[in-house]
Write a protein that binds this ligand. Structure first.
Ligand SMILES: N[C@@H](CCC(=O)N[C@@H](CS)C(=O)NCC(=O)O)C(=O)O
Length: 217
């Protein structure tokens, strides 16, 4: 097996989700920084591999795979010693997939992307009320997902947790999670923070938080 190469930027939530997965699987990998703030994802070399010019991207032999959710499921399917992080059982898998589609469309695609765009790139120094409301709605959904379970897709840790912790811990910078209103969600954040490899999220999160805080008044 050749060495896996991951392209990304640690401040980027989906990159962090993939780094958590690589560590959870104990896989050796090389890491190449692609700084999207400097538009490095638009280099001809990168566009040839990923015309959508997003990070993260995984290169495994001849295969170039982008979108964190596709990368994470590929890694577990191909390299997982068992299926616990991405169960083969169809109902369990569908639950993981649903949470990841929720992350992709609602959490990252709407709540995170829209607020980050105006704060990091739009010159806005206060998070607008409607953007806070969108984030709060995400917290409401997640509290409901966690009603009878410790993890996002059931009773065991899966890649849905890696996906969601990367973006939820980032949204927490814009709208801190109220532990009285969201006891399950805040307990889940603390549970994930105890993972031995949680540094793969927290390091990049700190970098992201520093940039956001420098823009907010
Ligand atoms: N749904 C994608 C989102 C990827 C994404 O939008 N990444 C951002 C950085 S956090 C990016 O690459 N932006 C630069 C661009 O789109 O050109 C995933 O999960 O990988």
């Amino acid at each position: 097996m050749g060495k896996i190469l991951i392209y990304g930027m640690e401040a980027s939530p989906p990159t962090r989700a993939c780094l958590l997965t690589l560590k959870a699987l104990g896989l050796p990998y090389d890491y190449k920084v692609v700084n999207v703030l400097n538009k490095e994802q638009h280099s001809a070399e990168y566009l040839k591999k990923n015309p959508q010019h997003t990070v993260p991207m995984l290169e495994d032999g001849e295969a170039c795979i982008w979108d964190s959710h596709a990368i994470m499921s590929y890694l577990v399917n191909k390299y997982g010693k068992d299926d616990s992080l991405y169960p083969k059982d169809l109902v369990k898998r569908a639950r993981v997939d649903q949470r990841m589609h929720f992350e992709s469309g609602v959490v990252f695609g709407d709540a995170f992307r829209s607020v980050t765009k105006i704060i990091l790139f739009g010159g806005m120094t206060v998070v607008p009320k409607e953007r806070i409301e969108a984030i709060i709605q995400v917290y409401d959904f997640l509290e409901a997902f966690l009603k009878d379970h410790d993890y996002m897709a059931g009773d065991q840790l899966t890649i849905a947790d890696f996906s969601l912790i990367s973006s939820i811990s980032s949204l927490d910078i814009y709208a801190p999670i109220d532990s009285a209103k969201y006891p399950k969600l805040s307990a889940w954040v603390k549970r994930l923070a105890k993972l031995p490899y949680y540094g793969e999220n927290s390091q990049g999160l700190q970098q992201f938080a520093a940039v956001v805080k420098s823009k907010l008044t």
